[in-house]
Design a binder for this molecule. Structure first.
Ligand code: FE2
Length: 308
């Protein structure tokens, strides 16, 4: 059983939270109460810069938003490719309750065995035959459950089982235990992600896209109550080519020659979304983007921190 965050914050008075889509943290909203569930989803954590960002920003975000539970995509957390047991445990210790993944989940061999031991780290459900699980149901301290499902797209990616059909099978399992359900659709094509949002509108609380590492500005609550965003973005170095050092990345584009990719380090930012859910109906009431430079992370009650 997962014990999430937020109970302590929600026992307090409603707290001021901010619209975080800027280099400055500002306070102008308040959402923390017992009738809503606050889910923080953290976009693809890339390498050490991403992990350092998470460590510094997460406690502040959890407090400011009254976050009940944290979900993060960790498939690039180890040097930009894959995840190791040690890194997954470190991320868990930082306060991430459920870890999702994608096409890079098997890049570090130890993930093949570790994922069977750690059900809180899931892999895309549409792998036809793979270790681990495609969904997990977490529970907060207040007893609210959150079902998390992970899927991989098929457009411009290696084809797996049809995610649009597999998600129905996964929902049958998750619905028995949770009314609030989040789907991480790890996919390349915008059209495929948008289609999944409409496919699941009214059936799940949120569909969040991952994989492309560039945060999109199309977050909305669809007509039947499903929060949607095409891509949550990247928690990692933003002065890069989607996490890779610009020099070797550019060399491939400019000269067409092979080059060794290294994870970049400059301009670390945390990208994420905060979803406000109604646990009774399972509908989303709001979705808000977070695009936070931790070097500028200064709240009215905290001092600036740096990822360096
Ligand atoms: Fe990916």
């Amino acid at each position: 059983m997962i014990v999430g965050h937020g109970a302590q914050a929600c026992n307090q008075r409603r707290i001021e939270i901010g619209t975080i889509n800027t280099d400055q943290f500002t306070s102008n909203l308040s959402l923390c109460d017992h009738e809503h569930m606050q889910i923080l989803f953290v976009g693809d954590i890339v390498g050490k810069p991403g992990r350092q960002c998470l460590r510094q920003a997460l406690p502040i975000l959890v407090k400011q938003y009254g976050v009940d539970i944290v979900v993060a995509n960790v498939e690039n957390a180890a040097g930009g490719m894959g995840v190791t047991r040690k890194i997954a445990e470190t991320i868990r210790d930082m306060g991430v309750d459920v870890m999702t993944s994608g096409n890079h989940i098997w890049d570090k061999k130890e993930a093949l065995s570790y994922i069977d031991l750690e059900p809180r780290m899931i892999r895309p459900a549409n792998y036809p035959d793979a270790p681990g699980f495609g969904h997990y149901v977490a529970r907060t301290q207040t007893g609210v459950t959150l079902g998390v499902i992970n899927l991989l797209g098929r457009v411009f990616m290696n084809p797996l089982d049809n995610p649009f059909q597999v998600v129905r099978r996964e929902l049958e399992h998750v619905r028995e235990q949770a009314s609030v359900i989040l789907v991480d659709f790890h996919a390349e094509a915008t059209s495929e992600k948008v289609a999944m949002g409409w496919h699941l509108d009214g059936d799940v609380t949120a569909v969040v896209g991952t994989h492309t590492h560039v945060q999109t500005a199309d977050e909305r609550v669809l007509p039947n109550g499903t929060a949607y965003i095409t891509d949550v973005g990247m928690t990692g170095p933003h002065d890069s080519v989607i996490g890779v050092d610009t020099r070797p990345a550019l060399a491939r584009f400019v000269n067409g020659m092979p080059s060794r990719f290294e994870t970049a380090s400059a301009n670390p930012r945390l990208n994420g979304v905060v979803i406000t859910a109604n646990p009774t109906t399972g509908r989303a009431e709001a979705i808000e983007r977070v695009n936070l430079a931790t070097t500028a992370l200064a709240t009215p009650t905290s001092i600036a921190v740096s990822c360096s």
